[in-house]
Design a protein around this ligand. Sequence first.
Ligand SMILES: Cc1ncc(COP(=O)(O)O)c(C=O)c1O
Length: 427
Amino acid sequence: MQLKGSEALYKRAEKILVGGVDSPVRAFRSVGGNPLFIKKAKGSKIYDVDGNEYIDYVSSWGAIILGHADEDVLRAIYEASSNGTSFGFTNPYEVELAEAISERIKNAEMVRFVNSGTEAAMTSLRLARGYTHRKKIIKFVGNYHGHFDPFLVKAGSGLATYSLSSSEGTTEGCIADTLLVDYNDINSVIDVSEKNKNDLAAIIVEPVAGNMGVVKPDLSFLKTLRDICDKLGCVLIFDEVITGFRVSYGGAQELYKIVPDLTLLGKIVGGGFPLAAVTGKKEIMKKLSPVGAVYQAGTLAGNPVATAAGLATLKKLTRDKYEKLEDYGQRLEDGLNNILTDLNIKGVVNRVGSMFSIFFNTETVKKYNDIKSINKFPEFFWKLIQKGVLIPPSQYESMFFTLSHNEEDLKRTLEAFRAAMNVLTYE
Ligand SMILES: Cc1ncc(COP(=O)(O)O)c(C=O)c1O
C-alpha cells in the first residue's frame, strides 16, 4: 500500500485548508498517519489517489446506499444539470421528491428542503420553539445533530442535566436551554421533563444512535418519549439524518412504530448531494415562513440537481432492497461474532439494518458511558486498510454498507476483520 499521492496532497492541503480537511474526522487525528485522499468510487469500492482500492464501509458517512456512482442516479444528475444547475425558483423535482418522502415517512405530511443535516436540525429547533412558545430542549448524551450551537454540549460530571459547551465560540446563553440526559435512560427523561414541563419545547433524539457507534434504542425508551411529548405538549423530533431510508423503507419510525412530530432527513435523501429536509405534521410545519412566523430560507434549498439525485435514489429503494441489505448485514454480523468468539475477544456487534459497530471490552452498549475505548484502535484501523477495507477513522462512528456490497466483498471483509482483530490480541 502506497500513500505518496495522499501524502503530497495532505502537505499541500494543510497549508490552505484548515487541518487539511473540511470536516474534522477526515484528518485521521484519532488513528494517526496520513489521511487518505480519494480519487473516485464505484459500487462498493473506493480508490485513493495512489490507486489503492478499498471495500468502503464509510459510504460517505451513510449518504450512499445504492453504491457509489449508481448509473441511474448519474443519468438523473446529467439530465437535471443539463437544464441548469440552480434557478432560485421552485422546480418540479422538489415537488416530486417531497411527495416520494411523504409516501415513505409516516410523519412527513409536509416537507421543507435545506442543504445539510445541521441546517435541518437548526430549523427544527426554531420551529419547535416557535410552535410551543417554550425554549428548553432535551438532548441525549452521545447523540449528534450537527454543529448548531445549542447542540454542541457535553455532560457535566455526573449531573444529568448540567450542560457545558463542547466548543469555544458558543455563548453560555446559547446552551443554557439544552438539557442533557443519557440515551435509553427513561427515568431521567421523565424526571427532567417533569421538572421543566412548562418550558420544554422539544425532545430531539436519534431513534437509532449512530454517532457513538450504533446504539439501539429500547422500544420502551422511544415510547416513553412519545408519551412525554403527548402529555406535556412538546415536540418530539426524530433526527433520522442517518436512519431515514437506511434502517427500513420508512426509517426508524416505521421500524419501531413510533411517529414523531418532526423528522429530520439528510444524507441518503440527496443521493450524494448536499440536501436535507425538515418534515412533519402539517400543523407544526405550517408555522414556517412564508405561511407562518418562524423564519427560514435558503438560496440553494431544493436545488434541482440535488433533488433529482435524491429522487432517483428513492425510486430505486423499494421495500425488497431492505431485505437484501438485511441479508448481507446478518451474515456480516454473524461472521464478526464468530471471529470475536474464535479469538476470545470480549466485544459486541451492534447492528440495525445496514449500519453497524463493533464495541470492544464490553458486552452491552446502551448509553455513551458503556463505550470502552481501545488503545489499539489505530493499529486495528491501519490493518484493515492494509487488507483493503476502509472503515471510519474513529471508534465513535458507525459503519455503513450498500446494496452494491456483494458476496466476494463479504468474504474479503471478514478475512480482513479477522486479521485486524488479531492485532488486538497482541500485548
Ligand atoms: C444524526 C445526525 N444529525 C445531523 C447531522 C448533521 O448533518 P450534516 O453533516 O449534513 O450537517 C449528522 C451528521 O453526521 C447526523 O449524523
